[in-house]
Design a protein around this ligand. Structure first.
Ligand SMILES: CC(C)n1nc(-c2ccc(NC(=O)/C=C/C(=O)c3ccc(F)c(C(F)(F)F)c3)cc2)c2c(N)ncnc21
Length: 287
């Protein structure tokens, strides 16, 4: 569409700015409409003066080009970007239902079908990114948004901004660390498979598995993989089986993204009612 075709140069005058949506990292996010197409987008305005301090310019261009190159139904699109003297503006897909975690806090926990759909979406998005040799995708809670149809979108706010500054996530800051991260060992993208296990548990039970009153109790529980499943009728054995195969200390023994897609809990819960045979939107994307 018009948003992704190369064109001479975008500028703010191409957009009608709508309501202020919220505060992203390093900048404010606004609803906007591209005048020519009427297409609704989210504009993130980053003030360059905020970047100077961190010498981001080198990373910024590279990271944005990476995001610009990704095209998957579960990865939030970066359609275009432009800058003037004092601002960098990102033209982003608008995720109308906002932060997945706010929804989780509201409903307390997701049904197995909803949780399985989100886990499958995340696995598909990560498999796509890994296939494109992009492993900076961070599936932390603050990066998960929902579009108007309730589809999950990984919105990566740029790894360059991922410092060890305190996370502004809605739930525990260290709950998502994999054991190899806690023990400061070398880590690869198998940490994403661990994080998927944490997220799956939290989608079903409403809080992450190793949560504890004190931070170092959480760290101890992570290193021990002290995984307990509360006695509840609403979480099936299949779900617990998947979680137990992701929250494995030895990162090489964690279920791979392909195996997650084949796991009975995922396959079963993602069977859409046969709708005149067209593939469901989730299976539509080949990995
Ligand atoms: C407030 C609410 C929750 N909200 N937020 C969004 C939103 C989604 C995605 C983004 N993306 C980015 O920020 C990307 C940043 C970079 O690639 C980057 C790379 C390198 C850098 F140095 C930097 C730099 F920041 F350091 F410069 C950035 C931002 C906002 C959103 C949305 N799209 N729809 C609806 N609601 C929405």
């Amino acid at each position: 569409g018009v948003l992704t075709e190369r064109r001479v140069e975008w500028s703010m005058s191409d957009f009608e700015i709508g309501k202020y949506i919220g505060e992203g990292k390093f900048g404010k996010v606004y609803l906007a409409r591209e005048k020519q197409s009427g297409y609704v987008v989210a504009l993130k305005v980053i003030f360059k003066v905020k970047l100077e301090k961190y010498r981001f310019h080198t990373h910024l261009r590279r990271e944005i080009e990476i995001q610009h190159s990704l095209d998957h139904p579960n990865v939030l699109r970066l359609f275009a970007w432009f800058h003037d003297d004092d601002r960098v503006v990102l033209v982003l897909e608008y995720a109308a239902r906002g932060e997945l975690y706010k929804l989780l806090r509201t409903v307390r926990r997701f049904s197995e079908r909803t949780a399985a759909t989100y886990v499958a979406s995340l696995a598909a998005a990560l498999a796509y990114c890994h296939k494109k040799q992009v492993i900076h995708r961070d599936i932390k809670p603050e990066n998960l948004l929902l579009d108007i149809e309730g589809r999950l979108k990984i919105a990566d706010f740029g790894w360059a901004v991922r410092s060890n500054a305190k996370r502004h996530t809605l739930c525990g800051t260290i709950d998502y660390l994999a054991p190899e991260m806690v023990e400061k060992k070398a880590h690869d993208h198998a940490v994403d498979n661990w994080t998927l296990g944490i997220l799956c548990y939290e989608f079903l039970y409403g809080s992450p598995p190793f949560e504890a009153a004190e931070q170092d109790d959480t760290l101890r529980r992570i290193i021990k993989v002290d995984l307990l499943f509360p006695k509840t009728p609403y979480v099936s054995a299949d779900a617990k089986d998947l979680i137990s195969k992701l929250l494995v200390k030895d990162s090489s023994k964690r279920l791979s993204l392909d195996d997650i897609m084949k796991h009975p809990w995922i396959a079963l819960k993602n069977q859409d009612y046969p709708r005149n045979g067209e593939p469901t939107w989730f299976f539509g994307e080949s990995i």
